[in-house]
Design a protein around this ligand. Structure first.
Ligand code: HEM
Ligand code: FES
Length: 438
């Protein structure tokens, strides 16, 4: 039997022919971008859709889906596309559009109307020199620049599985580990985010502010401890909230970056969460923090001692995919020039195909912070590729074309480490894809 799946919002109607394809399979088959971080295993919930009509035409919830909707208190119109098979006409809406939105899903798992104590890492980042900047140029658009700053500096938090908790004036607050993860991982994620923010700020200064004779600077303080996490406030307006002493301490640590002339300072609890010799640390300080007894030992962080693959990928991703269509067309031109016979494997629209490829590449970089989802997602991609007729002989072609494209597009914006990180990661992705085929 044939039936129609309508994608509301983009007014796209596609035909489905049997109940062997899930709603997610139908999106992929029709080149409609549809996030599926865990590759359709019912774990990540990024494929969720709202069913606007035809809910009776869908298969019942799988146990995994039942659990996800119970924990997240979804209303019955929300379904996991990878777990749902249509048996008749359906109208739906995809609910999550970008990887940047995915980390905020953690907020759904915070308790309602009360707060629960959870071990978390808190990052405070303060922007300096912003006010004088606004008076420096008559044409300077303060709101535009503040938005650019929030976006550029917020992205490293999201890429490292953190939640952007609040903006307070010129300050951004990020929290890591609200739904679990080891102390070591959450602190490493926060430090990587802080280092990513330094790259982002340098880029902002070089590109956006190059004509103004001044530089934006930032100070970042990071602390780890048990804080209370929940949705609090008036019952008609509850907000995701993180409260407790570790949050106040993180703010005070940030304040100390100014007087110590440092960019990133971490507390002893953060330092003790990481194995020795992982961080490239600078000066140490014994300082008094307002409202705290005794002296706090704070350590300056300058970087990781060894190349951090995630940081390299994260800080080059936006430069690389600044023009996604250009990246994809350069890449496919190279693939077809190295191996002309691969052209016949591609049956559908190449612009849409290019967008799916770059969407997936950027998704993979974001998902590095959630490694349990990552491998499942890549293996599912590999199985799809077997069905597209891709064989082991094609993988070296794509590897060569991809690395040449990255090298070309990044131009002078890369270092040896950037290329090493992309080479290692691409090798990992291609190996996992191929293994899932055998
Ligand atoms: C970094 C590795 C790769 C990534 C991230 C990637 C990504 C994608 C994505 C997102 C799609 C859309 C459909 C889907 O999601 O299943 C796709 C389709 C496809 N890919 Fe890949 N791919 C990779 C490697 C390869 C390789 C090695 C080949 C071999 C030539 C290849 C050939 C194809 C073909 C033929 C299609 C289907 C096109 C069509 O139906 O017109 N891909 N790829
Ligand atoms: S839950 Fe559907 S793709 Fe992860």
């Amino acid at each position: 039997m044939r039936y129609q799946i309508t994608y509301a919002g983009i007014n796209k109607v596609v035909e489905a022919a049997d109940d062997l394809d899930s709603l997610l399979d139908i999106s992929i088959r029709n080149q409609l971008p549809h996030l599926h971080e865990c590759g359709g295993h019912g774990r990540c919930t990024t494929c969720r859709v709202r069913v606007l009509d035809g809910i009776q035409n869908l298969t019942p919830k799988s146990p995994l889906e039942k659990e996800a909707s119970f924990l997240r208190k979804w209303d019955p119109s929300i379904r996991l596309a990878c777990q749902t098979y249509p048996k008749g006409d359906v109208v739906l809406q995809r609910l999550i559009w970008s990887m940047a939105e995915v980390t905020s899903l953690q907020k759904e798992l915070a308790p309602e109307g009360k707060a629960e104590e959870r071990p978390i890492t808190i990052l405070f980042c303060d922007l300096r020199n912003f006010t004088p900047l606004s008076s420096k140029s008559m044409n300077f658009d303060l709101a535009y620049m503040l938005n650019r700053f929030y976006t550029a500096m917020g992205e490293p938090i999201l890429m490292n599985n953190g939640i952007i908790y609040q903006y307070v004036g010129d300050e951004i607050i990020g929290v890591f580990g609200t739904t679990g993860g080891t102390r070591e991982k959450n602190c490493t994620d926060a430090i990587r985010a802080a280092l990513g923010m330094q790259y982002a700020l340098a880029h902002l200064n070089q590109v956006e502010l190059k004509d103004l004779d001044m530089e934006l600077q930032s100070g970042i303080g990071i602390n780890f401890g048990k804080a209370y996490v929940g949705h609090l406030g008036h019952p008609t307006h509850r907000q995701f909230s993180v409260i407790g002493d570790p949050v106040n301490v993180a703010s005070r640590i940030q304040g100390k970056t100014k007087e110590t002339g440092t960019k990133i300072l971490i507390s002893e609890s953060v330092l003790n969460s990481l194995p020795e010799n992982v961080l490239d640390t600078g000066q140490s300080f014994e300082l008094e923090l307002t409202g705290k007894e005794g002296l706090a030992r704070l350590t300056e962080v300058r970087g990781f001692r060894e190349m951090d693959t995630q940081l390299e990928l994260q800080s080059s991703l936006h430069l690389m995919l600044d023009d996604q269509d250009k990246f994809a067309s350069l890449f496919y031109d190279k693939v077809f020039s190295i191996s002309p016979e691969t052209r016949s494997l591609f049956k559908r629209n190449m612009t849409d195909q290019g967008r799916l490829l770059t969407h997936m590449l950027s998704g993979i970089v974001y998902t590095l912070a959630r490694p349990d989802h990552l491998v499942e997602g890549i293996r599912a991609l590999g199985r799809n590729h077997q069905a597209y007729g891709v064989t082991s002989a094609h993988y070296p072609v794509v590897r060569k074309a991809m690395l040449e494209t990255i090298d070309q597009v990044l131009g002078n914006n890369k270092t040896q480490n950037t290329m090493t990180a992309w080479t290692e990661s691409l090798d990992f992705i291609l190996k996992e894809m191929q293994q899932s085929q055998s």
